[in-house]
Design a protein around this ligand. Structure first.
Ligand code: NAD
Length: 280
C-alpha cells in the first residue's frame, strides 16, 4: 500500500480562507496581539509569519516587542494592558521566555477569553472537562487535518505518542471529545511499537527524529506526524520514518508541509472564535 499524502498547506489554506470569510462577515476587525520577548531567531520568524497570515485573513495583528531583560513585572503589566484593550481579541505570548520569567505565571495572567494559545489553566480545564473554551492551535490543526481526510474518528482506536501540555495531552482530550478510544503513550510506555500497531489513528508528538518505524504502523492507519526535528544531515524530519510509514499507512502527513502550516491557520481561527465569543 502507498499512503495518501495529506497536504497540510492545502488544508491550512482552506482553514485560512474560511477564517477570512468569517472575518468579512463580522462587521468589525478582530485584533491579535503577539508579545515577543527577546531576540530568539526562530520565534522572530514565527511571529513574522503570524503577522502576515493574520493580515491576509483581515485580522489586525500587532507585535509587542520587549527586550530580553524586560523582567516579569513589566511583562505582566503589558499583558494586563492588552487584557484591558477592547480592540484586542487574542493575546499570544511567544514561548520560550527568557530565564527568570515564569511562563506559567505569564500565561495565567492572560484573560482566558483572549487566550488564543489555549494554555491558560481555565482553558486547559475546560478541554479536560469537555466544556467549550479555547483549544491549543497545533492539536486543533491535527483535528482539522483528520476532518479533511474524512477519517471516521468516533469509535476509532487513536494512539497519541507524547504527553506534553501543548500537544500530546490536549490532542488526547480533543480525540476523546470526538469519541475516539484514546491511548496516550510516552517515554515510560512499556512496548511502544505494540501500542502504535493498535492505532487506526496515530498522532506522533515526541520530538525524536524518525522514532516511529514502518513496522509500528497498522496497514491503512492514518498517521499524523507533529514532530519537527533536525536529522543527522540537518534536514527537517518528523517523528515518523516517512518512507517506511508511507508504504504501510492509509494516509500520512509529511514533514515539512503537514501539521506545521496548520498551527498558524488555527491561531487565526481561534482569534475569530475569541472575537465572536467576547462580543456575544
Ligand atoms: P515535549 O518535549 O514537550 O514532549 C515530548 C513528549 O514525548 C513527552 O511527553 C515524552 O514523554 C514523550 N517522549 C519523549 N521521548 C520519547 C520516546 N523515546 N518514546 C516515547 N515517548 C517519548 O515536546 P512537544 O512540545 O510536545 O513537541 C513534540 C514535537 O512536536 C517536537 O518535535 C516539536 O518540535 C513538535 N511541534 C510541532 C508543532 C507544529 O506546529 N507542527 C508544534 C509544537 C510542537
Amino acid at each position: 500500500m502507498t499512503a495518501r499524502i495529506i497536504d497540510g498547506r492545502i488544508v491550512a489554506g482552506t482553514v485560512r480562507a474560511a477564517v477570512a470569510a468569517r472575518v468579512a462577515a463580522l462587521g468589525f476587525q478582530p485584533g491579535l496581539a503577539v508579545v515577543l520577548v527577546g531576540e530568539d531567531p526562530a520565534s522572530a520568524v514565527y511571529v513574522r509569519n503570524k503577522d502576515r497570515a493574520a493580515a491576509a485573513a483581515g485580522i489586525a495583528a500587532q507585535t509587542v516587542r520587549l527586550p530580553a531583560d524586560v523582567g516579569e513585572a513589566a511583562l505582566l503589566a503589558e499583558v494586563a494592558r492588552l487584557n484591558a484593550d477592547p480592540s484586542v481579541d487574542g493575546i499570544l505570548v511567544q514561548l520560550p521566555l527568557p530565564s527568570g520569567i515564569d511562563p506559567q505565571r505569564v500565561v495565567a495572567a492572560i484573560d482566558p477569553g483572549k487566550d488564543v494559545d489555549g494554555f491558560h489553566p481555565l482553558n486547559v480545564g475546560a478541554l479536560a472537562a469537555g466544556q467549550p473554551g479555547l483549544v491549543p492551535c497545533t492539536p486543533l490543526g491535527v483535528m482539522r487535518l483528520l476532518e479533511a481526510v474524512g477519517v471516521r474518528i468516533a469509535g476509532a482506536r487513536a494512539v497519541v505518542l507524547g504527553r506534553s501540555a501543548i500537544v500530546g495531552r490536549p490532542m488526547a482530550a480533543l480525540l476523546l471529545a470526538a469519541d475516539a478510544t484514546v491511548t496516550v503513550a510516552h517515554s515510560r510506555t512499556r512496548d511502544l511499537p505494540a501500542e502504535c500497531r493498535r492505532a487506526e489513528i496515530l498522532v506522533a508528538a515526541v520530538g525524536r527524529p524518525e522514532l516511529v518505524r514502518g513496522d509500528w504502523i497498522a496497514p491503512g492507519a492514518v498517521v499524523i506526524d507533529v514532530g519537527i526535528n533536525r536529522g543527522a544531515d540537518k534536514r527537517l524530519v518528523g517523528d515518523v520514518a516517512f518512507a517506511e510509514a508511507a508504504a504501510v499507512a492509509g494516509a500520512i502527513t509529511p514533514v515539512p508541509g503537514g501539521v506545521g502550516p496548520m498551527t498558524i491557520a488555527c491561531l487565526l481561527e481561534n482569534t475569530v472564535t475569541a472575537a465572536v465569543r467576547r462580543r456575544r
